[in-house]
Design a protein around this ligand. Structure first.
Ligand SMILES: NC(=O)C1=CN([C@@H]2O[C@H](COP(=O)(O)OP(=O)(O)OC[C@H]3O[C@@H](n4cnc5c(N)ncnc54)[C@H](O)[C@@H]3O)[C@@H](O)[C@H]2O)C=CC1
Ligand SMILES: O=C(O)CCC(=O)C(=O)O
Length: 527
């Protein structure tokens, strides 16, 4: 039974999938301190959060069973991603579910700041009928600058067009073609600062986006500009904004997010009549909360059940068509890695992976993770596909990927070479339609066996009687041979034997085997 802890208010409707799952037990405990979470997290396989819970390294280190952290929303700045990756915890988010809610909130803020709606409301309910103070501006024919043209920024731009606005967009990943398609003119941040009547930011908070609008940009803005931040506190320099408002450059600002949340009572935004604020409500609609909770629940279930998933934040995204193509190879890749990891002696220096046939034209990065996990999993605790590459890097294991151009007789072939200080060993595998995974080469020897269960790899000289002697020794020690494969390059030369046995042989039996005439080496392994 998997245990899931929900530590922030997340839509019950949305996580219905988890409540209904027979193999999952859900517990909701919100408002916990870091200490309280540290004390209980060890019981859980998954943690679901919104933005309130700060998931620190301390919490993760106490999460002995923790496999996945699900963020019901976009931003994952409340989760220590590096610590999660190190520990092999998958972090997933729900990037699509709250796009429209946040876009609409941005518009609500833009309209509010254009027409001073919160200020007018306050006066009206206070008994004043003031029709002079709040003369607003129209959006039509105004220039809107959008910094960050991802999901939300693009939806904002789309709607702004319907309002008759001209849009300038800045995003390092926005191409001319896409900008043209959505009717946005590409501009730099400074061009936006100089030309826009309204500016809205929709980027994550990163070292590059921190204070992307600061004193220098406010100084070049048009008098009367209005500025909106429904993304993350800190993208716009708060102190510089207050100065620009006080200098009469900025006519109004609307902020849903703060550098520190919640802001302290003396925060300069809270008593400035030109700045309107909401308490990080961008994603707070019934629909968005349900959407993100559904998305995150589906992904959490996939991860807990060891099924393929798509929204991991600490792993590159894999398009569904690539995933579908690669998925059948994951098992083969991991087995090849596990096989080589066990038969190779010495500290691993390099893993060379060669993809051939059908695999040449696919982005094989996810498959590489499985191979590396297989190799390292024999030697390190807690290796999984999230941390496999990280662990390889921290242990200075070089990973080399090659795509074969030469024709092979197999429709697909994965060849892995493991280089250690002591030796260099090779194994190649293929996925044979109707036969599943096969290992078809070990070092220079052609073989053909299904890697499964308890196995032995015996190197020997190709002399008559060896197979019989090995069989007799194992049989007399109650080790039953299920399958046997012999591979050799030339008659009478060096050769290998691969055996599948019903149970592993004891160390004494392995030592006896190694002493038999013409036997060069014996390795026992489990796939
Ligand atoms: N107020 C709220 O409740 C919510 C806030 N958000 C915030 O909105 C942000 C945007 O969300 P989405 O559009 O879904 O994310 P997204 O990932 O689709 O878009 C972000 C865009 O920012 C761009 N970007 C990154 N660095 C940049 C830079 N230095 N300059 C300009 N652009 C840069 C990226 O290329 C990307 O296109 C999130 O990062 C999140 O922090 C999201 C949902 C709700
Ligand atoms: O959970 C929330 O309401 C915050 C949403 C948000 O900021 C995000 O999804 O990045």
């Amino acid at each position: 039974m998997f245990k899931v802890l929900v530590s922030d208010p997340i839509s019950d409707q949305g996580i219905g999938l988890l409540y209904e799952a027979q193999d999952v037990e859900v517990e909701k405990k919100t408002g916990l301190s870091e200490d309280e979470l540290v004390a209980i997290i060890g019981e859980y396989d998954a943690l679901l959060v919104r933005s309130q819970t700060k998931v620190t390294e301390r919490i993760m280190n106490a999460g002995d069973r923790l496999k996945v952290i699900g963020r019901a929303g976009v931003g994952v700045d409340n989760i220590d991603l590096e610590a999660a990756t190190k520990r092999g915890i998958v972090v997933i988010n729900a990037p699509d579910g709250n796009t429209i809610a946040t876009c609409e909130h941005t518009f609500a803020m833009m309209m509010s700041v254009a027409r001073s709606i919160p200020q007018a409301y306050k006066k009206t309910v206070g008994g004043e009928w003031d029709r002079k103070t709040f003369v607003g501006v129209e959006l039509r024919n105004k220039v809107l600058g959008v910094i960050g043209m991802g999901r939300i920024g693009s939806e904002v731009a789309k709607r702004a067009k319907a309002f008759g606005m001209d849009i300038l967009g800045y995003d390092p990943f926005l191409t001319e073609e896409r900008a043209e398609k959505i009717g946005v003119k590409l501009a730099t941040v400074n061009e936006i600062a100089q030309q826009a009547d309204f500016i809205t930011v929709h980027t994550p908070l990163t070292p590059e986006t921190r204070h992307i609008l600061g004193p220098a940009q406010f100084a070049m803005m048009k008098k009367g500009v209005r500025v909106i931040n429904c993304a993350r506190g800190g993208i716009i320099d708060e102190a510089a904004l207050v100065d620009a408002v006080n200098q009469g450059i900025v006519a109004g600002a609307a902020f849903d997010v703060f550098e520190e949340e919640p802001p302290t009572a003396d925060h300069p935004f809270l008593n400035n009549p030109k700045i309107i604020v909401t308490p990080h409500l961008g994603a707070s609609t019934v629909e968005a909360q349900e959407n993100v909770a559904i998305d995150v629940s589906e992904e959490v279930l996939h991860i807990l059940r060891n099924e393929p998933f798509k929204n991991a934040v600490n792993m590159p995204a894999v398009p569904a068509n690539v995933l579908n193509k690669l998925q059948p190879y994951f098992d083969l890749g991991e087995k090849l890695g596990r096989f080589l990891g066990q038969i190779t002696e010495g500290a691993i220096r390099e893993i060379v992976i060669n993809y051939a046939g059908d695999l040449v034209d696919v982005d094989t990065t996810p498959l590489t993770r499985y191979i590396v996990r297989g190799v390292l999993g024999n030697r390190l605790e807690g290796v999984n596909i999230v941390n496999a590459m990280h662990l390889a890097k921290t242990r200075e294991v070089n990973i080399v990927i090659q795509k074969a151009t030469a024709v092979t007789s197999f429709t697909n072939l994965v060849t892995v070479t493991l280089k250690t200080k002591a030796e260099e060993r090779v194994a190649a595998g293929t996925l044979l339609a109707g036969y599943g995974d096969r290992i078809v080469q070990i070092d220079q020897y052609p073989v053909d066996f299904a890697p499964a269960g308890s196995m032995m790899l015996i190197s020997h000289n190709d002399k008559p009687g060896i197979i019989g002697r090995v069989g007799t020794l194992l049989g007399s020690n109650d080790v039953n041979i299920a399958t046997m494969q012999v591979g050799r390059k030339v008659v009478g030369g060096s050769a290998i034997m691969v055996l599948t046995v019903d149970k592993p042989a004891s160390q004494d039996v392995l030592t006896e085997l190694a002493k038999l005439p013409e036997i060069v080496g014996v390795r026992q392994f489990t796939i």
